[in-house]
Design a protein around this ligand. Sequence first.
Ligand SMILES: [Cu+2]
Length: 315
Amino acid sequence: MGSRTRHFAIITVLIAVSTVVVYFLINLYLFERPFGASAEASQIETMFQAHFILMGFLFAIIVVPLGYAIVVFRQKEGDDTDAPHIHGNTTLEIVWTIIPVLIVVGFAIWGSFFYWDLVSANEGEVEIRVQGYKWDWTFYYPEHSVPGEPPRQDQTLVVETGQPVVLTMQANDVIHAFWVPQFRVKQDVVPYNIAIRSDNGDRQVIDLSFANPNYEEAAEAFNYSPQEVRIIPDQPGVYRLRCAEICGTQHWAMLANVIVLDTDDYQAWVNGELTLPADPNFANGTPDTEGYYLDELKAFCDEQEFSGVNCESEY
Ligand SMILES: [Cu+2]
């Protein structure tokens, strides 16, 4: 085997090994993630994995030849000759332009299809309205509300395993963001009020709040479309929603419990037979000393005997 072939073979093996090593480092340590608890999470996870493999490979293909050259082709003692002068390589430049372009375009196409899938309505989905404000969340359940009465609301997001939900979302004050790491989806939530000025200059604010008993008519009249996120929760358990947009001094305390229940437990909650853990937020106490009510959340998690869920995990 010529020395050229030997170098090439060694570099190829080293690239393969470092790709695998870097991939594991990224996957397990650098971008550590909680387990996925929604159908969307597994698709997003597939994309994560593809990116991690590619990142590992790109790291290796640059760093391995560089490191190899530094070590193997370093100047030998007493050798004062110049290295060969090389003036570009058109073929190589064309190849290293076309391949990355194809990869980027490929990921973009894959991502667009997946995104389209993510935002398209799921069959039989139910709507839950999510309102974010400084510094907490309120959830409205039109499905379980009595027509003509103020909508049923809760400080906890309660969903049923396998039941597709569309979360329509609005903010009362500033921009917030909905993020449940286990669901792997994230969405900015923007303020809802619309101010209009009549012909004589009077300013009128239209109340498009989910709390408004006439919300539906108002939304239709003003063609209002709140932000949306769709999920199919597939893992019963307790999770936490945290605001992912810096929104003021108590942004850190803008939390809500998210509880995914199987059908029987969900029915019990609908009928008011299930006591949920307290809502973690700044106004409800001092999270520093009370641990954001984690004890209650863990106790609830244990009590429900959720299968496959680690109730000790950090929420
Ligand atoms: Cu916020």
